[in-house]
Design a protein around this ligand. Structure first.
Ligand SMILES: Cc1cc2nc3c(=O)[nH]c(=O)nc-3n(C[C@H](O)[C@H](O)[C@H](O)COP(=O)(O)OP(=O)(O)OC[C@H]3O[C@@H](n4cnc5c(N)ncnc54)[C@H](O)[C@@H]3O)c2cc1C
Ligand code: SF4
Length: 548
């Protein structure tokens, strides 16, 4: 099989890139290889089931489960999904192997990085910290700004266009969701600090119907949206459907259950195609292409380079400096709870997503310690009305139970820095998909625990200002690999990273990486808006190449 461009993976990175190229060049022949299968979205039955049982589809033994990342029960056997270092980075629940990739079950939080995030090495040096393995991005915020704007329109972000947290040249496509009544408690507490803690509307991809070429429904703000039945919540699979079903793009094809195993090369620099396992017939097949886009995610994308073209590159493509898979970062996600002794206003979650964020500590002043954001998550006070009623509770009893003590939460992400020791590599063993399992080595930095004590003290002060009581905290940190990044980081030179500023693998002429793997550093916020912006930027670059 021959195609102009082969794309490995069908997540948001691939989808934004393909959309960009096809908009200008509708006849481009593009083949997507997707390891997973297809599931039905905009599914009322699934949605109703979720409302009744309050269980996410991924929790059950159903079709979603078969596409979910594997639980790797035998991960502790030597050499198989082994976690080394001092910190386990769980992968279960951290990604989805399916048509449309992980945005099928993401949260939609869609932040821009701040200007200083693009200059981490420079910023840390100014703070007297030895920069170590940390680098600057090869370009700054100004370069990204127009692509951020385009990305916000692509994924349909609702946000506050007057928010000055990050400079912007244009408005969000949709207005911010209003703060909830419960947000008001946090806002009052932020204002009680000697220097008030700033806050803003959390930008969230929720509104649908963003441009002429998609068939998303507009958001109905029912707030129960993990599996939005209207298709308003962005999931790349919906956009892919629009592309595939359009008669404008006759040469786009998406092969599901097709696992890329190796990128093939006819010289050290030039790739010719991809060898993949067609799970539908169990056969090994090859697709030839002029341009190879590796959009398989930060973990699988790095592993694919490592196991490819070993006759030309001893340690895998782009890996002469042993950097592929290294510098792995993910976000430690912290969550703290407290109890309000009474809830006279009967506050209940109004949306199934957060509406308030504070980026006060996501600032240059905090950068050397690890910036962080604070979010009031949805579903903090929880009273199951349907269950109470079916248990025979009267209206008065239910009201009384709502007005008594209630739990409030603060959650957040904290920035950690690159460390050469932290990496992903292929295990010899294959999982039940036929994909190579993963070995992750990860060490948290020596000062991380102290930083977390500072974060905890700040959240406790906020709760104190709300007169909420600390109920005792367990397991306040999750290191899950949801935001895995930086494993083939972008750099000006191959001695410092794996891809160049155009996302092309150093030392190759036609292999591009398109995933969180290319981030030079991760910042304190969720990565996907930045990833989408980078994908659109890569689209512009490739269109110029194709014209030439
Ligand atoms: C529970 C959860 C919540 C999240 N919430 C947010 C959020 O609120 N905001 C935010 O910014 N980010 C969030 N994220 C992160 C976000 O989902 C990712 O940043 C984003 O989806 C990455 O997109 P991608 O296209 O690079 O990868 P993916 O969407 O993971 O797509 C990669 C695709 O490649 C396929 N693939 C992998 N290996 C191969 C192979 N060898 N051959 C063929 N195909 C292959 C996979 O099956 C997959 O479909 C969340 C993640 C999780 C897990
Ligand atoms: S609030 Fe919006 S995104 Fe969520 S389920 Fe309703 S329509 Fe879908």
């Amino acid at each position: 099989m021959q195609t102009e461009i082969v794309v490995i993976g069908s997540g948001v990175a691939a989808t934004a890139l393909i959309t960009k190229i096809l908009a200008e060049r509708p006849n481009t022949s593009i083949t997507v290889l997707e390891a997973g299968g297809k599931i039905k979205l905009r599914d009322w039955a699934l949605f109703q089931n979720y409302l009744i049982t309050n269980k996410l589809p991924f929790d059950n033994q159903n079709i979603y489960d078969s596409c979910h990342d594997l639980s790797y029960p035998d991960r502790d056997k030597p050499g198989e999904n082994k976690f080394e270092g001092d910190t386990e980075i769980p992968m279960v629940g951290a990604r989805a192997f399916l048509y449309g990739g992980s945005t099928v079950h993401w949260g939609g939080w869609s932040f821009r990085l701040k200007p200083e995030d693009f200059q981490l090495r420079t910023s840390l040096k100014n703070k007297g910290i030895a920069p170590g393995d940390v680098i600057d991005w090869p370009f700054g915020y100004e370069e990204m700004e127009p692509y951020y704007h385009e990305a916000e329109h692509f994924i349909g972000v609702s946000g506050d266009s007057e928010d000055t947290t990050t400079p912007r040249s244009g408005k969000y496509p949709f207005p911010a969701f209003p703060f909830t009544l419960e947000d008001g408690l946090f806002i009052d507490a932020f204002k009680k600090f000697t220097e008030p803690v700033s806050y803003s509307h959390l930008p969230i991809a929720r509104y649908g119907d963003t441009h002429a070429n998609n068939s998303h429904g507009p958001c109905h703000t029912t707030g129960l949206c993990k599996y939005c039945p209207f298709g308003a919540r962005f999931a790349a699979a919906n956009n892919l459907d629009d592309l595939v079903q359009s008669a404008r793009y006759p040469h786009l094809q998406i092969l599901t259950n097709a696992i890329a195993d190796e990128i093939l090369m006819d010289s050290k620099t030039h790739a010719t195609g991809v060898k993949y396992l067609n799970q539908k017939n169990g056969a090994w097949e090859t697709i030839h292409a002029n341009i190879i886009i590796n959009a398989a995610g930060a973990i699988e994308g790095a592993k694919l380079l490592q196991r490819s073209a070993l006759d030309r590159w001893k340690n895998g493509i782009g890996n002469d400096y042993d950097l592929v898979g290294r510098f792995l970062i993910t976000h430690p996600y912290f969550f703290y709870k407290a109890v309000l002794p009474a809830n006279p206003q009967m506050l209940q979650p109004e949306m199934g997503f957060p509406t308030l964020v504070s980026r006060y500590y996501d600032s240059p002043a905090e950068q050397h310690k690890g910036k962080f954001i604070l979010v009031n998550p949805p579903s903090s006070p929880k009273v199951n009305l349907a269950r109470s009623m079916s248990n025979g509770k009267t209206r008065d009893e239910i009201i009384k139970s709502i007005q008594t003590n209630t739990t409030v939460q603060l959650q957040g992400l904290i920035e950690v820095f690159s460390d050469r020791r932290n990496r992903v590599v292929n295990s010899e063993k294959k999982n039940r998909f036929g994909m190579r399992e993963t070995k992750i080595d990860f060490y948290k930095s020596g000062d991380f625990d102290n930083r977390m004590k500072e974060v905890e003290a700040i959240t406790k002060t906020i709760f104190g200002h709300m007169n909420a009581v600390d109920p005792g905290i367990e397991n306040a940190i999750s290191w899950r690999a949801d935001h895995a990044a930086c494993t083939t980081r972008m750099s000006n030179s191959p001695e410092e990273g794996v891809v160049n500023p155009d996302l092309k693998v150093h030392g190759t002429s036609n292999i591009y990486m398109c995933s969180n793997a290319v981030f030079s550093s991760l910042g304190a916020v969720n990565p996907t808006l930045t990833l989408t912006a980078l994908s659109l930027r890569l689209g512009s670059h490739l269109l110029n190449q194709l014209k030439a």
